[in-house]
Ligand binder design. Structure first.
Ligand SMILES: C[S@@+](CC[C@H](N)C(=O)[O-])C[C@H]1O[C@@H](n2cnc3c(N)ncnc32)[C@H](O)[C@@H]1O
Length: 206
C-alpha cells in the first residue's frame, strides 16, 4: 500500500510531549488530528508565515500544543466540553504555553466572533455536522489572504461508504454537503486534499 510505504519512510513524531499527548488521546479515545494532517498544517503555517490561529475544537489541546511547539504563533482555541477544556488547560500550563494559547470555554456557535481578533489561519475541527456554520460565522475573522483548514472531510472513509445506520447516515450527508459547499465559495480558492482524514484548504481571495 502506498500509504504504508510512505508512513514507513516519513519520520515519526519524536517530541516526548506530543508522543505522550497522542498516546493519552489513543488510550482515552479522544479524536485528535492524525500525524499527516498536523504535519500538513505545520508546513502551511511555515510556508505562509502564519502568526495568528483560531482553532475550533480544542479537545485535550494536542493540535494547538503541536502548532505552538513547532511555530512562532499565537493561538485562540474554542472548546464546549468542560472536561476537555480542563484537560487542555493542564496540558497547556504544563508546557508553559498559556501566554501563547488562549482558551475559550464555550460553544463556538455561541461565541460573539466580533469580540475576537483577526487570524491568518482558522482550523475547523469541531462538530462535523456544523462545519458550514463555523465556516460562515468565522470567515469574517480572517486576515487578508487568510486560510481556513477543515479536517475529517472523508470521515474515516465513511463519506464514500454504504451506510444504513440513520444518525451516521445523516452525519455523513452533512459532511458531504460541507464538501460541496466549501469548493463552491467564490471568495475562496479551495481544494480538498486526500490527506489526514480529508482536509480542505481554502485561501481567501482579497
Ligand atoms: C476532533 S476534536 C478536536 C481535536 C483537536 N483539534 C486536536 O486535533 O487535537 C473535536 C472537539 O470539538 C469540540 N466541539 C464540538 N463541537 C463544538 C462546538 N460547537 N463548539 C466548541 N467545541 C466543540 C468537542 O467537544 C471535541 O473536543
Amino acid at each position: 500500500m502506498p500509504k504504508a510505504y510512505l508512513n514507513n519512510i516519513n519520520k515519526k513524531e519524536t517530541n516526548p510531549v506530543l508522543v505522550s499527548l497522542r498516546s493519552y488521546a489513543e488510550e482515552f479515545n479522544v479524536p485528535v488530528i492524525n500525524e499527516e494532517g498536523i504535519k500538513f498544517i505545520n508546513q502551511v503555517i511555515k510556508l505562509k508565515g502564519i502568526k495568528t490561529i483560531l482553532e475550533i475544537g480544542t479537545a485535550i489541546g494536542y493540535s494547538s500544543i503541536n502548532m505552538a511547539l513547532n511555530n512562532d504563533v499565537e493561538i485562540t482555541t474554542i472548546e464546549r466540553d468542560e472536561g476537555m477544556f480542563n484537560i487542555a488547560k493542564e496540558n497547556i500550563f504544563d508546557n508553559n504555553l498559556e501566554n501563547r494559547i488562549t482558551q475559550i470555554f464555550n460553544d463556538a456557535l455561541e461565541v460573539d466572533e466580533s469580540t475576537l481578533g483577526s487570524y491568518d489561519l482558522i482550523f475547523i475541527d469541531a462538530a462535523k455536522a456544523q462545519s458550514i456554520k463555523f465556516f460562515d460565522k468565522y470567515k469574517k475573522n480572517l486576515t487578508k489572504n487568510g486560510v481556513i483548514i477543515t479536517d475529517n472531510l472523508l470521515f474515516h472513509e465513511l463519506v464514500v461508504a454504504e451506510i444504513r445506520e440513520r444518525n451516521l447516515k445523516q452525519l455523513v450527508a452533512k459532511i458531504d454537503r460541507f464538501n460541496k459547499f466549501v469548493v463552491e465559495q467564490d471568495d475562496f480558492d479551495t481544494y480538498i486534499y486526500h490527506l489526514g482524514d480529508g482536509m480542505s484548504l481554502s485561501i481567501k481571495k482579497d
